[in-house]
Design a protein around this ligand. Structure first.
Ligand SMILES: Nc1nc2c(ncn2[C@@H]2O[C@H](COP(=O)(O)OP(=O)(O)OP(=O)(O)O)[C@@H](O)[C@H]2O)c(=O)[nH]1
Length: 341
């Protein structure tokens, strides 16, 4: 690389405000350093002569840099102030440069230990102060950029996570999202002591639909059913998912058995009202669906797999009994029990 390709100084965002908190009990020295800081293009210089006012200004104005004298009146020194400042900004990091007449190695070590980033021994040359200010400003800019990039990364991750949980054809939650949500709703219902309903819905004779009208029309049909499912899931926590090819799953929190049955009947009627023509169907040549329902107030032993098995069993029964109907696993069980007694 040629020497000309290397910039003499890395750019800083000179147009952005840069505020400095200067803490020193020597008023004359403070005035002189403040003038130098301003000359070095800081936009604002806040000044404090003791610990309480330094901490007050720090918390109130959140400066971009702190220049901190070590020996101060009132029993609280610069090390103490630096530690309080660090405590006051968890997760943040405002650069602190100690200004001191103490020039021993141990003094420098204590300053860095107390949370300082650099150490300037008084008296210092203006050009040295200007250079340190420039370096700290550059660090501030890089840190800001890093924070911004981290936020952008988080947002991209959130979008990506949403995308991997969406079914490409229907726009409904896919199996992966369904698994996650069902697991969460089981835990929530257990915590709240409320009934949770899971409904598996399967289009009737859909193979014939594809066979008679073609796969493209089949896809359109799946999209239309998905739109309907989205419409019926009116409560914020209701979820409609594409569980498999022509199978859909509904998660209905806070929905008891009776409510689930009412919901299912309404869904069946609404689908019929749409009169999606299904020439090969024995159910009146319109598209219908069958459903299996399970409802429980989850306890420690409730698992998503168990709920799915129960809903699937009820769905199988609904298909076996002639389709175009919904069965509740628990209601079936009650009926069987009643018959036995
Ligand atoms: N067009 C289309 N068809 C699909 C898709 N996913 C699954 N299928 C079809 O859905 C049909 C399901 O057929 P089956 O499992 O035999 O069930 P069915 O014909 O609906 O019969 P029953 O469920 O017993 O009423 C198959 O023909 C699959 O090809 C899809 O994404 N698009």
């Amino acid at each position: 690389m040629s020497a000309q390709a290397i910039p003499a100084t890395a750019p800083t965002s000179a147009h952005e405000p840069f505020s400095v908190l200067l803490v020193d009990d020597d008023a004359a020295l403070r005035a002189a350093v403040a003038a130098e800081i301003q000359h070095a293009s800081a936009t604002e210089v806040l000044q404090a002569a003791d610990a309480p006012s330094a901490l007050h200004l720090f918390k109130r104005h959140r400066p971009d840099l702190v220049l901190l004298d070590i020996c101060l009146p009132g029993g609280k020194d610069g090390y103490w102030i630096a530690q309080r400042m660090r405590e006051a900004e968890p997760g943040e990091w405002t650069p602190i440069i100690f200004l001191s007449g103490l020039d021993g190695d141990v003094d420098l070590w204590r300053g860095i230990e107390a949370g300082g980033d650099d150490y300037l021994v008084k008296p210092f040359k203006p050009i040295v102060l200007a250079a340190k200010l420039r370096a700290m400003r550059r660090l501030r800019d890089m840190r800001r950029r890093l924070v911004q990039l981290t936020e952008e990364l988080h947002q991209a991750n959130r979008r990506l996570n949403e995308m991997v949980e969406v079914d490409a054809l229907t726009g409904l939650v896919n199996r992966r999202g369904f698994d996650r949500i069902l697991h969460g709703e089981i835990l929530a219902a257990r915590r709240e002591g409320t009934p949770l309903t899971l409904m598996l819905c399967d289009l009737d004779h859909f193979k014939r639909y594809n066979d008679t009208l073609g796969h493209v029309q089949g896809d359109e049909c799946l999209k239309a059913v998905s739109r309907l499912l989205r419409e019926v899931c009116v409560r914020p926590r209701d979820v409609a998912a594409r569980y498999g090819g022509e199978e859909f799953a509904l998660i209905l929190p806070n929905t008891p058995r009776s409510g689930a049955m009412t919901f299912a009947r309404a869904l069946g009627s609404l689908l019929k009202a749409r009169t999606i023509v299904h020439p090969g169907s024995p159910q009146g040549q319109v598209l219908t669906l069958s459903g299996g329902i399970t409802t429980c107030v989850p306890d420690a032993s409730t698992r998503a797999e168990g709920m799915l098995m129960r809903a699937d069993e009820a769905l199988y029964a609904a298909k076996a009994q002639g389709r175009d109907r919904f069965f509740s696993f628990e209601m079936q069980m009650d009926t069987i029990e009643q018959r036995q007694h």
